[in-house]
Design a binder for this molecule. Structure first.
Ligand code: ARG
Length: 462
């Protein structure tokens, strides 16, 4: 049987495999809310410009609301012979209300319809992801405030470098997430133009009011070029690229969580709710959620590259290739949503071992830079020379198997005669931390202030 929506010039229906490769209803039914929203706006516009009577428009509106209820309650029967969500809904509308339903597609093509639906879907998804990012930022900033003065080792090359505070470390991720949110916001502003009314590719001869539909659907304005509007998917690519960068940040934090909760580090303990056991080793507490968040970037970046590759080399205007835009976007959204929720749970529930972090914050001569800085500040030794002197003192302590602060004054004077007892005051972790008051530095007063500022801003955003 030929397709009832377009089969007029066809003698037979499609081959089974044609129908199978063509149908998108299996995945694009997720656009049903956006499709109905778009159709309601389109019908309202058609009535406004006199292409539908008020009565027809009301029939369409009521019919679409009933269909929305059928879909929401699970009684709607999706048909793959009707290819996609757009034709499933339109066919059902005509079943229910007859003639008026058949008028809905006036001055519209599935090409501008799907471009509109998909923009609406991505816009909704951005709003959801942004809300989740806000929640995670709030959890991180809340914990950063609580641990604003808690020392931990700061690393470069994953080697102990200088002491930092745990709060400072957590706030670094708040900054990254804020930029992720900004990227999504920028993408949202750029995508917020309405393709509806571009029709198949060239516009329409009907006297439509595109500003009206754009406004009805919360778009800033109609798209400016009908060819571009039906074939552009860079709004989806921008969204996926922003999600890829977000996933990269989450993957870094996840990796740190995996490291922190391993026994040799022992910086944090994840809650039972966010760990799993081993089927053979009874003692194990595995950070599976963190590992999965670390891994999700694989899918998300794959989704981005996948769609980018689909779009490469596509001639204007619409081509069926773009039907392949949806699954990567749905998949990446699901992965990002899960990752953000799992990360938020882990951050809220984790218990830092402050004693262990403090102990390791002072290990590995982490205050050596403070010693060098003292030589510069007090003895006015040039920094390069101070670096060299300090290096010799570190070598001496390492040979003795002690900390820098365990060297005697005489031992130190053997290397640099100007050193006096006041040097010991800069060799503690606490003194080192307190001294890092430069803007953006790790001093506890800075961190406490930065955490408070973020919490205030986040409350304002909510
Ligand atoms: N299911 C199609 C898609 O997702 C809808 C547009 C179909 N347009 C067409 N000319 N066949 O892209």
């Amino acid at each position: 049987l030929a397709n009832p929506q377009w089969g007029g010039r066809f003698a037979t229906g499609p081959a089974a495999i044609m129908a199978e490769i063509n149908a998108s209803i299996g995945f694009d039914q997720r656009l049903w809310r956006q499709d109905i929203r778009g159709s309601l706006a389109h019908a309202a516009m058609l009535a406004r410009v006199g292409l539908l009577t008020a009565g027809e428009e009301k029939q369409i509106r009521d019919g679409l609301h009933d269909i929305a209820e059928e879909i929401a309650s699970g009684t709607f029967e999706f048909s793959s012979a009707l290819e996609d969500i757009h034709m499933n809904i339109e066919a059902r509308l005509s079943d229910r209300i007859g003639e008026a339903g058949k008028r809905l597609h006036t001055a519209r093509s599935r090409n501008d319809q799907v471009a509109t639906d998909f923009r609406l879907w991505v816009r909704d998804a951005i709003d959801g992801i942004e809300a989740q990012i806000n929640a995670l930022m709030t959890s991180l900033a809340t914990r950063a405030h609580a641990y604003a003065a808690t020392p931990m080792p700061g690393f470069t090359h994953l080697q102990v470098a200088q002491p930092v505070t745990f709060g400072h470390h957590l706030l670094a991720y708040v900054e990254m997430l804020a930029r992720d949110r900004g990227r999504l916001n920028d993408a949202r502003a750029r995508l917020n133009e309405c393709p509806l009314g571009s029709a198949a590719l060239a516009g329409t001869s009907f006297p439509i009011d595109r500003k009206f539909t754009a406004q009805e659907l919360g778009f800033t304005r109609p798209t400016a070029n009908s060819l571009d509007a039906v074939s552009d998917r860079d709004f989806a690519l921008e969204y996926l690229s922003a999600l890829s960068i977000l996933a990269m940040h989450l993957s870094r934090l996840a990796e740190e969580i995996v490291i922190w909760c391993s026994a040799p580090f022992g910086f944090i303990r994840l809650s039972d709710a966010f760990t799993t056991g081993s089927s053979i080793m009874p003692q194990k507490r595995n950070p599976d959620a963190a590992e999965l968040v670390r891994a999700k970037i694989g899918r998300i970046t794959g989704d981005f590259i996948g769609l980018l590759t689909v779009m490469k080399g596509l001639p204007l205007a619409y081509a069926k290739d773009t039907q392949e835009d949806k699954e990567p976007v749905f998949d990446a959204t699901e992965a990002a949503t899960l990752s953000l929720a799992a990360m938020d749970g882990m951050i809220r529930d984790m218990t830092p071992d402050q004693g262990r972090m403090r102990e390791l914050a002072g290990a590995g001569f982490s205050t050596a830079t403070d010693l060098a800085d003292w030589l510069v500040r007090v003895l006015r030794v040039p920094f390069r020379t101070a670096h060299h002197v300090t290096g010799r003192l570190v070598g001496m302590a390492e040979a003795k198997g002690c900390d820098l602060s365990d060297l005697t004054l005489d031992e130190m004077r053997g290397v640099e005669p100007g050193i006096d007892a006041s040097i010991f005051s800069v060799l503690t972790v606490e003194a080192s931390l307190a001294s890092r008051t430069s803007e953006g530095g790790t001093a506890p007063i800075n961190v406490e202030c930065a955490a408070r500022l973020w919490l205030e801003r986040l409350e304002g955003d909510a």
